[in-house]
Design a protein around this ligand. Structure first.
Ligand code: SF4
Length: 313
């Protein structure tokens, strides 16, 4: 898939809010309690954007944050996406998905709901996902599965929970999840300041691969995936094969990906056609190539990845 041959994106990655009830130690963003942007999109702006995304032919929207259910008009936006025949993925920490909300979610045009569960015990979960409840995350999965929703469990491995990855895969299977997704830990956002307690080495990843391969054989009807890139490897891949999915922050600014400090468009200023052209142009911009080369030599520079500046006039 070559994005330069596409007339519109394949997915719109939409950060609804930076607000979150948790303060996870590996969060890629500055998300947490009272951390929402002042200039977050209003309900009217979000609903207007939803229609523009639909009119532009984008088939799939992923809502995340922060915790997307904390966005004041989360339900209106989700409904609008569904009513306009776009598929929807919701990336949630699961803390606000009780029985009632699971039923409401099941009536949307959902591809899946991703719930983060970083451990197989309350103690480990709370060490990584500070301010969150393991029991609530597990209940969210149960309620969603009961309503027929496809649930993907996401596990971010760290030094604090790697020993529970196998048990967490077992838990995912016992809960009826459709998928268990894990990845290399990203050196980005809040993870950088906690790196000495969470960063893993090659031996750790070899252990994870062994567990994953064993569990793939054991649980044939649950997808088990390991995303093999860290922040730098992902950038090196993207610079050659950019994803067809602009990422919009909750203030309406559009970026290329979480680990590149350039804003390429703004939904408050640009049409969808302009946003897509600017996004593609961004990936070919010499400064983006330079950034990838610089962080490849010096990963510490990723601490500047969220000092966003405009790339194009
Ligand atoms: S990782 Fe997710 S749940 Fe945790 S603080 Fe960040 S946005 Fe919130």
């Amino acid at each position: 898939m070559n994005i330069f041959e596409l007339d519109s994106p394949l997915m719109w990655a939409w950060h609804l809010t930076n607000e979150c009830n948790m303060l996870c130690i590996h969060c890629l963003w500055p998300s947490g309690p009272r951390m929402k942007f002042q200039e977050e999109l209003s309900t009217a702006e979000s609903l207007d954007l939803c229609k523009k995304i639909a009119d532009f032919g984008i088939p799939y929207v992923a809502l995340s944050g922060g915790e997307p259910l904390l966005y004041p008009s989360f339900w209106e936006v989700s409904r609008c996406i569904s009513d306009n025949a776009m598929q929807l993925k919701i990336e949630s920490n699961g803390q606000f998905i009780d029985k009632k909300n699971a039923v409401r979610l099941s009536k949307l045009n959902l591809k899946s709901v991703q719930i983060s569960i970083d451990g197989a015990s309350s103690r480990t979960f709370s060490l990584v996902r500070q301010g969150g409840s393991f029991e609530k995350a597990v209940s969210a999965v149960k309620y969603l599965v009961e309503e027929g929703v496809d649930v993907e469990i996401v596990f971010v491995p760290t030094q604090l929970n790697i020993n529970e990855i196998e048990k967490t895969i077992d838990l995912a299977y016992s809960l009826g999840a459709k998928a268990f997704l894990t990845q290399k830990t990203m050196y980005l956002g809040r993870a950088i300041s906690n790196w000495k307690n969470i960063g893993l080495n090659n031996e750790d990843y070899a252990y994870i691969s062994t567990v994953i391969n064993k569990k793939i054989k054991e649980y044939k009807n649950m997808k088990i995936l390991f995303y093999p890139y860290d922040s730098i490897e992902e950038l090196q891949h993207y610079i050659q094969y950019p994803p067809a999915s602009p990422l919009m922050m909750s203030n309406g600014k559009v970026i290329l990906t979480t680990s590149i400090p350039y804003v390429v468009a703004d939904v408050r200023k640009h049409s969808m056609e302009e946003i897509w052209e600017r996004y593609k142009k961004g990936w070919r911009h010499p400064k983006v190539k330079e950034w990838v080369e610089e962080v490849s030599k010096n990963p510490e520079k990723l601490s500047l990845a969220h000092n966003f500046i405009d790339l194009l006039n």
